[in-house]
Write a protein that binds this ligand. Structure first.
Ligand SMILES: [Zn+2]
Length: 699
């Protein structure tokens, strides 16, 4: 049986009412978004669509034929009108006159900008000639799992003709580029009645006279493949199950232990962010008899392995006798072996002008009975790599169920991975931000200083887990930050920092969300005010619990993770001026803040040998956006100074040496400095951000 992901038929979503009145480019956009909205039709960023449209030339006023085709980068599901490049068809046809043959096909990419229509700045993609030379007005190129399952079968040509007869042709593997465009043109000339073609080890081309016809043909052809698999692929998935599936909570527990250790072992060159997937498709694969042999064959569709590397690493873990200690102990060698194999592959396949070897670590880690872990330079890339490997799993499941699955030949895979055109694309990428790939947890993350800190760290590319006890504020902060920086960068956990169990589970959730931890900002707090004779034991304990003990509990958990991860670590405490300077009527608060500062010094000493840095920021009188300043404390302080609450901000400003108010963003800036490599050689320090206060000068 096929799983739901591959088995369900695609619905025809074309709406004539919506399409009526659209221009041809608008219909192309409509069709692209419909196709790309379903991952069974094409993977994220994969495939492209085109239309040949008659338009008025802005230079001559003549009516000319223009190719609208998805430009370089981008994703058909989310593309907008500016994602298409536009090119003169007569110029594209004229390129045939200067084509020097297949060994020079890459140089043709350089001529595409010369064919641009209407100064469109969107760069044309490598797939442009594939669309240009198919002599049909509307062309779709998709990467559907069900079609790639046919394309990656040993007898893919025979299967294609068995399923589709003469309607759909077949072309052998050829790297996408100028030559493949000519092959497609020749195919269409020789088979004028064909409605499309399967490309071996790659995907599907379909076409039509109208946008609607192209769309419906694509859907119909994929559905026919799905239906065929439903009747033919009826055996157990991947030859049957040979390992048990652990319960969901146990799978998560194993993943939380493995992810930081793997991360530490592969993050030497650049910090990486992880993603965990234990969906049914993945579990079927990682418990099957075919796991090891199929994983070793590598992925087939070029889009898949560009994201996932040609092979995953199968982690040595036995779900029948789970002993994660043994698995963890074996990881350094398993990862070293993977890197050595990758380096050997590079040496075997490299050409004289190949770019230097890239990061040799695996992207995909398959854990029998548990699921799949992926690591990449950021969360979105890790998540998308996981999606791609699920596509690859579906392909292997289909192909191995009806035939023999074949991966792409090694040299072909290498030539795509180290294609000079790909390398040029990588070289054009902007320099990573200063905290790219770093993972931070901020306690009190929904409040003034906490949220400003999360914002500052995310601005620099970090992933942030907001920890707070205020569920409503937490939700609002997560929504605000994910709207600003993207959903992949932020998670939230409900955490009472005085509860050992809550702290442990909150950090566990962070590990599962991002795969590790680099930065802890301990900021959750409160403030109380009372003369010592009026300070109840309960009030004293409350200060000690939330401030001193809370900071201890979150630091201890972070230290445990840092030591397992073996990649250093960074702790920033948000203490207070009152931790250094005594203040009347707040002995419980001041004493607890002093405990935090001394705890930081002790931890700086203990962590140094493991490259764990611990520093303190001391704010003073940050009133705006602060939750501790909204309640009684504000009234108590105003009463203590015999003034109105509205006068407090001015009072503190006038009291400071610099005569300035201190805002959450000012504290966040100091935290960012201490959390970043700019302060790589500082530990055990205190940075005062209080607009100047002689009483709290450190010495
Ligand atoms: Zn493709």
């Amino acid at each position: 049986m096929l799983d739901k992901h591959q088995g369900a038929r695609l619905a025809n979503l074309w709406d004539d009412g919506k399409a009526a009145g659209m221009t041809e480019p608008e219909k192309l956009l409509y069709r692209s978004n419909l196709l790309g909205s379903d991952k069974r039709i094409t993977n994220y960023g994969g495939g492209n669509t085109s239309a040949k449209v008659m338009e008025k030339d802005p230079l001559t006023g003549e009516i000319v034929e223009v190719l609208w085709v998805k430009g370089s980068g981008g994703d058909v599901g989310t593309i907008k009108m500016d994602g298409f490049s536009t090119l003169y068809m007569d110029k594209l046809r004229a390129l045939k006159g200067i084509y020097r043959g297949v060994e020079f096909e890459d140089e043709m990419v350089g001529y595409l900008p010369h064919c641009t229509f209407n100064l469109n700045p969107r760069a044309a993609s490598i797939d442009t000639p594939l669309h240009a030379y198919v002599p049909k007005p509307h062309v779709d190129h998709m990467h559907p799992d069900a079609i790639i399952a046919i394309a990656a079968s040993k007898n893919s040509r025979e299967l294609t003709s068995k399923i589709f007869g003469d309607e759909i042709g077949w072309l052998p593997w050829k790297r996408p580029g100028y030559e493949l465009g000519l092959w497609l043109e020749k195919f269409c000339q020789e088979n004028p009645d064909a409605r499309g073609v399967v490309l071996e080890s790659h995907g599907l081309f379909t076409w039509g006279d109208t946008a609607k016809e192209a769309y419906e043909t694509t859907i119909e052809i994929i559905n026919r493949a799905v239906a065929w698999f439903e009747t033919e692929n009826t055996g157990p998935a991947f030859g049957g199950r040979s390992k048990p599936v652990l319960a969901a909570a146990d799978r998560a527990a194993i993943a939380k232990k493995l992810m930081p250790v793997i991360r530490g072992l592969i993050s030497a060159g650049e910090s990486k962010v992880g993603h965990f997937d234990d969906s049914q498709a993945v579990l079927d694969f990682v418990t099957s008899t075919s796991l090891e042999p199929l994983a070793a064959l590598g992925t087939s569709c070029p889009d898949h392995f560009l994201r996932t590397k040609i092979r995953p690493l199968v982690v040595d873990f036995d779900p029948a006798q789970p002993d994660v200690g043994n698995t963890l102990a074996g990881l350094p060698e398993a990862i070293a072996t993977y890197r050595a194999d990758y380096a050997a592959y590079y040496e075997r396949c490299k050409r004289a002008d190949s770019p230097a070897m890239r990061d040799p670590n695996a992207v995909v880690y398959l854990v029998p009975g548990v699921g799949m872990i992926t690591f990449a330079k950021d969360k979105a890339t890790a998540r998308i790599s996981a999606e791609f490997y699920v596509n690859a799993i579906n392909v292997m499941r289909g192909a191995s169920g009806v035939s023999t699955y074949v991966g792409l030949p090694e040299q072909e895979a290498f030539d795509i991975e180290y294609w000079l055109l790909e390398e040029a694309k990588l070289q054009r990428m902007p320099k990573p931000k200063s905290l790219a790939g770093r993972i931070a947890l901020v306690t009190g993350g929904a409040g003034g200083i906490g949220k400003a800190t999360a914002n500052r760290l995310m601005q620099e590319g970090a992933c942030v887990v907001l920890a707070d006890i205020d569920e409503t504020a937490l939700e609002a902060a997560q929504t605000e930050l994910s709207t600003r920086y993207g959903k992949d960068f932020v998670r939230s956990v409900n955490m009472n920092v005085t509860s050992e169990a809550a702290v442990e589970s909150g950090f566990g959730d962070a590990l599962l969300a991002f795969g590790g931890l680099d930065i802890l900002v301990s900021n959750a707090g409160l403030a109380t005010s009372a003369a010592v004779e009026d300070t109840t034991l309960a009030l004293w304990n409350k200060n000690m619990d939330i401030l001193a003990t809370g900071y201890f509990l979150v630091s201890r958990e972070a230290f445990r993770i840092f030591r397992n991860q073996k990649a250093g670590g960074n702790v920033v405490f948000v203490a207070s001026k009152n931790g250094l300077a005594a203040s009347p009527g707040a002995s419980a608060y001041c004493t607890a803040k002093a405990a935090e500062i001394h705890l930081a010094r002790c931890l700086a000493l203990e962590g140094a040998s493991a490259q764990i840095r611990v520093n303190v920021v001391n704010p003073d009188a940050v009133l705006r956006g602060s939750k501790i300043w909204t309640g009684e404390w504000k009234e108590q302080r105003a009463a203590a100074y015999k003034m109105d609450v509205d006068e407090l901000e001015a009072h503190y400003r006038e009291r400071s040496m610099l005569k300035l108010s201190v805002f959450p963003e000012d504290i966040a800036e100091a935290i960012y400095f201490l959390a970043s490599d700019m302060s790589a050689k500082s530990t055990g320090n205190i940075v005062n951000v209080d607009a100047g206060n002689a009483q709290s000068f450190t010495r």
